[in-house]
Design a protein around this ligand. Structure first.
Ligand code: GP9
Ligand code: MN
Length: 617
């Protein structure tokens, strides 16, 4: 009895912690009934192990709830069982996981040690009493509860609220998740798919980013070297901003002010489970990341035709630089297929000074210069920084900014120190390029991989809202900067077209005066098009998007009427009917991109000179 009551209370806590907005009572009721079903099934049985069974069930469900709520707090969705394969990666970012724990989460498992004593006493009592239930009770009680549950399910589905249970109710979600693993390999059934879906250029911007015609800034970087800096956790709010009178990123700001730079201030992250590595993948290939695992982990062996390959076809040498273990995120296996000829990693550097993950950014940049020189010209160096990684703890000697007492030892305060440090190392790197005579003939593109300060994490929201002077939400959280510097050009401007990492490749191809003749791109050239679609599926429910005028957030329960939409600038609500067309387009694009990855279609396109052979409807 005690275990049943406690677990039902936990079902209630789970509903609260996963911030279910609609149909809470229904979801609580179904969760409680299923709990009751399992307990009555166990306790009314005549098994002599019933207490052990009940206690194991209790512990398992408590542990699942604990993991779910922890994950939910960060990702705004429930985790899939497939994530078990990512456990190693989680251990590596362990520091950040620790920061997620809060007392209510811990409550979900804190009682287990105490219940051990209760359970062993209960075990003896059950043995002593030796009660035997007759068939009527044994089957009747759980059967009756099961029947009521089934009827509730049937009614819920017939009213069109099935997804509310599938996406939010503890047991239903995990049963469905398990079912998905066994039932499908493709997210998109072949009968739903026709060759036109890929080749119809009017409908989708696939392969539609031809750089032909009179395009602004077309080819201004032609034949120049290219350095792309992907900066760890560089958010846009620090750019051109001050903290207590101190410039946070003076060196990046200086680059932005340069007459030869373009700055994109409405640029967004577009990552999935692969985090940093997905930011790389999406930016290089203009494909959506998979949500099943890191894109490099799942599709590392596929054929691609992104920036490294396109530049190699133009005679460039393409290398990638990152100061960490080569196997992390499956980079060592994935990079050759991405088109990188060499991966300069932790093993190639003299790792004397480390912060957090590995070699400090200053050493990373300094020691990369000889390798860049070794590449010969024209070169493409893709460089991924590391030091400004969450939770942003650096030894005192690296702290330069004066942080107010109230912000000391907060994530916000530590982040400012950390990103200020990375900015300094970027400044030094640029100076070094100048000294080496490399700056004048090299295009530099710089962007953040993803957010630093999660809006629901610690007291970030409170501090950031106070700092910014308006509510800190996902929109600001996912906003990262993109800067492109083309030496010798007089082009200084800020472009506010809404875009994401998906648009990086087409934008860069326009700058470099190149075309993607073989591959497929979902993005747009942010200099010559304003037809934005930033379709998120991580941190926000799939189907959510930003476009040039609005932010649409699909409802977590999968019911369109529960979704929200607001004007990007005024933040005033917009009627959700207006958002439906692009919502459908977002889902369709993501499905097609997944289909391309799952079926390694770019390989087919390249091998068969542009033709795609897929089973027609
Ligand atoms: C490690 C680094 C991790 O190689 O890329 O960053 P993360 O993916 O955790 O942001
Ligand atoms: Mn990262």
């Amino acid at each position: 009895m005690l275990l049943t009551i406690l677990l039902i209370l936990k079902v209630g806590l789970f509903v609260y912690l996963t911030r279910i907005e609609y149909n809470q009572i229904l979801i609580f009721l179904v969760g409680s009934l299923i709990t009751l079903f399992f307990f009555t099934w166990i306790y009314f049985s005549n098994s002599n192990k019933k207490q052990t069974l009940a206690f194991s069930f209790y512990n398992t469900i408590s542990a699942i709830m604990f993991i779910d709520t922890l994950y939910y707090h960060y990702f705004n969705s429930l985790p899939s069982i497939t994530l078990i394969s990512q456990m190693g990666q989680v251990a590596a970012v362990g520091d950040s996981v620790k920061e997620l724990l809060n007392p209510l989460n811990i409550l979900l498992i804190a009682d287990i040690p105490f219940l051990f004593i209760y359970s062993s006493r209960k075990k003896k009592k059950i043995k002593r009493e030796g009660k035997v239930y007759d068939r009527k009770l044994r089957i009747g009680v759980p059967g009756g509860i099961g029947l009521v549950t089934v009827i509730i399910f049937l009614i819920t589905y017939s009213l069109g609220y099935g997804t509310a249970l599938e996406k939010q109710e503890l047991y239903t979600y995990h049963f469905k998740d398990l079912g998905n693993i066994f039932s499908s390999t493709n997210t998109m059934a072949e009968e739903d798919f026709s060759i036109e879906d890929i080749s119809n250029k009017d409908d989708l911007p696939l392969r539609g980013n031809s750089s032909k015609g009179n395009k602004k800034y077309h080819g201004i970087g032609k034949d120049k070297n290219l350095i792309v800096l992907q900066v760890e956790a560089l958010q846009n709010f620090v750019i051109n901003n001050k903290y207590e009178g101190q410039e946070i990123t003076p060196n990046i700001n200086k680059l932005i002010k340069d007459k030869s730079s373009i700055y994109f201030d409405n640029y967004y992250q577009l990552i999935g489970r692969g985090n940093t590595s997905d930011a790389e993948f999406v930016s290089q290939n203009s494909l959506y990341p998979t949500m099943k695992d890191g894109s490099y982990a799942l599709y590392g062996d596929n054929t691609f035709y992104g920036l490294p390959w396109i530049l190699r076809d133009e005679g460039y040498t393409s290398w990638v630089f990152h100061g960490y273990k080569p196997e992390f995120w499956n980079r060592d296996k994935a990079y050759p297929n991405q088109g990188f000829e060499r991966f300069i990693n932790q093993e190639d550097f003299d790792v004397k000074n480390t912060i957090g993950f590995g070699i400090i950014d200053e050493d990373f940049f300094e020691q990369s210069i000889p390798y860049i020189k070794e590449m010969g010209e024209p070169f493409y160096s893709f460089m991924i920084t590391l030091t400004s990684h969450t939770p942003f703890n650096m030894p005192e000697e690296y702290h330069v900014l004066d942080i107010k007492e109230e912000h000391k030892d907060t994530m916000f305060g530590n982040y400012l120190q950390s990103i200020h440090y990375t900015d300094k190392s970027i400044g030094e790197f640029i100076e070094e390029l100048k000294k080496e005579g490399l700056y004048e003939n090299t295009v530099i593109a710089l962007y953040g991989d993803h957010f630093a300060l999660h809006s629901t994490h610690e007291n970030n929201e409170e501090i950031m809202t106070e700092y910014l002077g308006y509510d800190y939400d996902h929109q600001d959280m996912m906003n990262i900067p993109l800067v492109i510097h083309v030496p010798g050009e007089d082009i200084n401007e800020t472009i506010s077209t809404v875009g994401s990492q998906l648009d990086f490749l087409p934008t860069m191809l326009n700058i470099m005066g190149l075309e993607n003749e073989k591959g497929i791109m979902f993005g747009i050239d942010l200099i010559n098009s304003t037809d934005s679609l930033v379709a998120q599926q991580y941190y926000l429910p799939k189907g959510s998007y930003f476009d040039s005028e609005k932010q649409f957030v699909m409802a977590k329960d999968g019911i369109y009427d529960h979704s929200r939409c607001h004007d990007l600038k005024t933040r005033k609500p917009i009627k959700i009917e207006k958002a439906k067309g692009k919502y459908k387009k977002a889902l369709r694009e993501i499905e097609i991109s997944n289909y391309i990855l799952e079926n390694d279609l770019i390989k087919q396109i390249i091998n068969d000179s542009g033709n795609i052979k897929v089973k027609e409807k």
